[in-house]
Design a protein around this ligand. Structure first.
Ligand code: MG
Length: 284
């Protein structure tokens, strides 16, 4: 199944489930509340009225889910990206034994299709990072790797938009990763049974139609089950939590010469069996 959040004519955000090219409305106020239901309870919240099906083409999508708290992220989770980062910063490549977690503020979340309003006064080095994101579907702690699949609600695409100069200046990455509009996600959440193996997906980023990043989620240093196991060690995860699983090589700052986003650029994060997350940027 594929889940969306869409805006009605009066601008209200409503969750729904895709049926072909139409949306069946879900009557929980938000997707987060739907995800928090026990799996066997969820179907009762799907509208039973076929006359209420809404054509997908007629609506504006919102972010499929807006988490209650920060988006969990992983730095350097693809070897080739770790190598390009080390090369540019002149540091020796040292791979961590555990994932490098950081977070993005929930106010950074933006909708698929939205034009991201980024400030040229705040940063002169806006960059893109295509990532597969995991949506957690159950309250959980100390999850074993072998049980990790059971706490996943679904998967979506995410662009970990980054102000590189701020990321560098501040000792922690949080500030440069958390600016408003710097976390578009979507266009929808795909459930595990529809997606299949999340560790075998082609992942790409295109800027103005030109491919900049291309890899496969099989290249993750820490696969998704390991990320969930490590993050949940002694720390409760909540339904609706989002984990961005890291970006592959080809990001702007590591290109020769560096390529940062310009006003009007069109970004596409394209993940196999999920779809394309499109966002233009307005930088001024
Ligand atoms: Mg990232």
């Amino acid at each position: 199944m594929r889940f969306v959040t869409y805006r009605t004519a009066d601008g209200t955000a409503r969750p729904g489930v895709l049926e072909g090219d139409a949306i069946r409305t879900i009557s929980t106020p938000t997707m987060r509340e739907y995800v928090a239901l026990a799996p066997h309870e969820r179907i009762a919240w799907h509208s039973a009225d076929d006359s209420e099906l809404v054509p997908l083409a007629n609506v504006v999508l919102d972010a499929p889910i807006r988490p209650e708290r920060n988006v969990f992220c992983v730095g350097r989770n693809y070897l080739e990206h770790a190598k390009e980062g080390a090369r540019v910063s002149g540091r020796e490549l040292k791979l961590p034994s555990v994932p490098t977690f950081f977070t993005k503020a929930p106010t950074a979340i933006a909708a698929p299709g939205a034009t991201l309003r980024l400030s040229a006064r705040i940063s002169r080095e806006w960059d893109f990072e295509a990532e597969l994101a995991v949506v957690i579907g159950a309250r959980c702690r100390d999850v074993a790797e072998s049980d990790a699949h059971a706490v996943v609600f679904g998967y979506t695409a995410l662009n970990d938009v980054t102000a590189r100069d701020l990321q560098r200046e501040h000792g922690q990455w949080f500030k440069g990763k958390s600016l408003d509009d710097a976390c578009p996600i979507g266009p929808w959440i795909v459930t595990p049974e529809e997606l299949g193996d999340p560790g075998a997906l082609e992942i790409r980023c295109r800027i103005n139609g030109i491919q900049k990043q291309h890899s496969n989620t099989s290249q993750m240093i820490f696969p998704i089950a390991r990320l969930i196991a490590e993050l949940s060690k002694g720390m409760t995860l909540l339904p609706g939590d989002v984990i961005a699983t890291g970006t592959p090589e080809g990001v702007g700052f590591a290109r020769t010469p560096p390529e940062f986003l310009s006003d009007g650029d069109a970004m596409e994060v394209d993940i196999e069996r999920i779809g394309i997350l499109r966002n233009a940027v307005s930088i001024g």
